[in-house]
Design a protein around this ligand. Structure first.
Ligand SMILES: NC(=O)c1ccc[n+]([C@@H]2O[C@H](COP(=O)([O-])OP(=O)(O)OC[C@H]3O[C@@H](n4cnc5c(N)ncnc54)[C@H](O)[C@@H]3O)[C@@H](O)[C@H]2O)c1
Length: 449
C-alpha cells in the first residue's frame, strides 16, 4: 500500500489527513496515511488531541465528526512528530502555515522554507510533493523547487515531482462538504506531477477530471488563491466604507443592500460586519505585494489590496468607537457578555478574531467581561473558559458576534435596561423586532438605523 504523509495538522491538514485515510476503492483502503506535526507546544497539543482517540472537535460539522470517528475506530488516524515518516512516503501533502510578519511587512519565508527542508532532506526518489499552503505567487517555482533540487542532489537523487494545489476548505458546519465536493486547482511545470496529483485527488475525493483544473505553472495556482481571497477582503472593505457613510447619515445600509441583491449580478454583495478575522483574509491580500518585493523582484504594488487590509484591520475599532459615541457612560463598568468569539461561525478558530478588539474596548470601559462560546470553550486570548448556558442571565450588555448553529435556540431573558448589541446579524428578524419593541431595552444592530 502506498504511503501518504500530511505535514501540518491544522484546519487544512487535519481534514486532508482524514480524507486520505478514508480513501477506498472496491471497499478497500487505498493508502497508509500519517500526519506529521511540529514538535512545538501547539503541535504537541494537536497530537495529544488526535492521539487521545477523541474527536478533536475543531468545527461543529456532523458529517466530518461521523467520518472522523469511523476512521478513528478503524485505527486509520495516525499522527506523529517523527520527521522520519517522510523517508518512505510516496506522496506528501504540505499543509503547514506560511505566515505574514505584520510588523516587518513581509512574508515569513525563512520559517516556511525550513518545513520544505525537513521534507526534502529525507524523501526517497520519485516522491510527489503537493504544496497546499497559501503562498506568495512564485514561491514554489523560484524558492521551493531549487531548494528541493539542492537537497536531493546532496543524496544524488534526481527524481521528484512537485505541484502546487491550494486549499479552499471552509472551517464550520460545511467543513466536510467544502473539501469533499469542490473543484481542485493544480499547477506544475511537470506533466508527470500533474498526472500523479490528479490521480491522488481522484482516489481521495472521487473527483472526475472535469473538476480538476490544470495549470502548467505552480505560480498560477498560487495566484488563483491570492486573487480569490483578496477579492473577498476588498469587497468587505468596500462595504465598510458605506457602513460608515450610512451610519453617519442615519441610513439603513442593510435595507439598501437587500435592494441591491435583487439584481442577480449583485446577489452576493457583502453585509456589514464588525471586522475581518481568521488566518487567511487577514494576510493573503498582502502576499500579492510581498510576492513582487520578496520573490519576483518586480516593482509592482497592490494599492487596493493593501488598503482593503488596512480598512479591515481598523473596522472593529471604528465600529466600537461609534458605539462609544452612542452609548458613552451607559457602558462604563457594566457586566458584559460576548456571545461567540471565534472569527467565524461553527469553528473554534479564534485567530485574529474581531472579538479581541471588542473585548479590548469593553476592558477600556472598565467593564467586567465574560464570554459564551461552547465551541471555542477555552479562549486563549482571555485565558478563561466559556460560561455555561445556565448562566446567561444577569448581564447588563449582551454582544452578539457570531452565529453558531447552536445559538439558534438561545432565548436569553434579558434584564430590564439591558443593552443588546448585534455586530454580525446574529439575531433573526423576529427576535430583533421583539427587542426593538421593548422600551426596557436599548439596542444596536450593525448596518441598521
Ligand atoms: N484555515 C483555513 O480555512 C484555510 C483555508 C484554505 C487555505 N488555508 C491555508 O492552508 C495553510 C494551513 O492553514 P491552517 O489554517 O490549517 O493553518 P494552521 O496554523 O491551523 O495549521 C498549520 C499547522 O502546521 C504545523 N506545522 C508548521 N510547521 C510544521 C512542520 N515543519 N512540520 C509539521 N507541522 C508543521 C503547525 O504546527 C500547525 O498546526 C495556510 O497556508 C493557510 O493560509 C487555510
Amino acid at each position: 500500500m502506498k504511503k501518504i504523509v500530511v505535514q501540518g495538522l491544522g484546519y487544512v491538514g487535519l481534514a486532508m489527513m482524514t480524507f486520505c485515510a478514508g480513501a477506498k476503492k472496491n471497499n478497500k483502503y487505498l493508502y497508509n496515511v500519517v500526519g506529521v506535526e511540529k514538535n512545538s507546544k501547539k503541535g504537541l497539543e494537536i497530537l495529544n488531541k488526535i492521539n487521545s482517540k477523541q474527536n478533536p472537535k475543531i468545527v461543529d460539522d456532523k458529517h466530518f465528526s461521523k467520518f472522523y470517528s469511523k476512521l478513528l475506530k478503524e485505527k486509520r488516524i495516525k499522527a506523529s512528530t517523527d520527521k522520519r515518516e517522510y523517508s518512505d512516503a510516496d506522496v506528501i501533502f504540505v499543509c503547514s502555515n506560511c505566515d505574514y510578519n505584520f510588523s516587518k511587512n513581509k512574508v515569513d519565508l525563512e520559517n516556511y522554507v525550513k518545513n520544505i527542508d525537513q521534507i526534502s532532506n529525507r524523501i526517497k526518489s520519485g516522491c510527489l510533493i503537493i504544496i497546499q499552503s497559501t503562498l506568495p505567487p512564485g514561491t514554489t517555482d523560484k524558492i521551493l523547487e531549487p531548494l528541493i533540487k539542492k537537497n536531493l542532489n546532496k543524496r544524488r537523487i534526481k527524481k521528484f515531482l512537485l505541484c502546487h494545489s491550494f486549499e479552499r476548505i471552509t472551517p464550520g458546519k460545511d467543513y466536510y462538504v467544502s473539501m469533499n465536493n469542490i473543484e481542485r486547482i493544480i499547477g506544475s511545470k511537470d506533466k508527470a506531477a500533474l498526472r500523479y496529483t490528479k490521480k491522488i485527488f481522484n482516489d481521495v475525493f472521487k473527483l472526475p477530471s472535469s473538476k480538476i483544473v490544470e495549470f502548467n505553472s505552480p505560480s498560477e495556482s498560487e495566484t488563483c488563491k491570492i486573487i480569490e481571497n483578496s477579492y473577498r477582503a476588498t469587497n468587505i472593505a468596500f462595504i465598510e466604507e458605506w457602513r460608515k457613510f450610512c451610519s453617519i447619515n442615519n441610513l439603513d445600509l442593510e435595507k439598501i443592500l437587500n435592494c441591491i441583491r435583487q439584481r442577480h449580478t449583485h446577489s452576493n454583495i457583502m453585509r456589514s460586519g464588525v471586522g475581518v478575522g481568521g488566518y487567511c483574509l487577514t494576510k493573503d491580500p498582502l502576499f500579492a505585494g510581498a510576492s513582487s518585493r520578496q520573490i519576483l523582484k518586480k516593482n509592482f504594488n497592490f494599492p487596493l489590496s493593501s488598503k482593503a487590509v488596512e480598512i479591515n484591520q481598523k473596522m472593529t475599532f471604528d465600529v466600537m468607537s461609534e458605539i462609544k459615541a452612542k452609548f458613552g457612560k451607559k457602558i462604563l463598568s457594566k457586566k458584559v457578555l460576548l456571545i461567540g468569539v471565534s472569527y467565524r461561525e461553527d469553528t473554534n478558530d479564534t485567530r485574529m478574531s474581531p472579538a479581541e478588539g471588542v473585548f479590548n474596548f469593553f476592558k477600556n470601559m472598565q467593564c467586567k467581561i465574560n464570554f459564551y462560546d461552547p465551541i471555542v470553550n477555552y479562549w486563549k486570548y482571555l485565558n478563561s473558559f466559556s460560561i455555561k448556558k445556565e448562566d446567561l442571565r444577569n448581564f447588563d450588555i449582551y454582544v452578539y458576534l457570531i452565529k453558531h448553529q447552536s445559538f439558534k435556540n438561545l432565548n436569553i431573558k434579558y434584564k430590564n435596561k439591558s443593552l443588546i448589541i448585534d455586530l454580525n446579524h446574529v439575531l433573526e428578524t423576529k427576535k430583533r423586532i421583539k427587542i426593538l419593541k421593548n422600551k426596557n431595552y436599548q439596542s444596536y444592530f450593525i448596518g441598521s438605523k
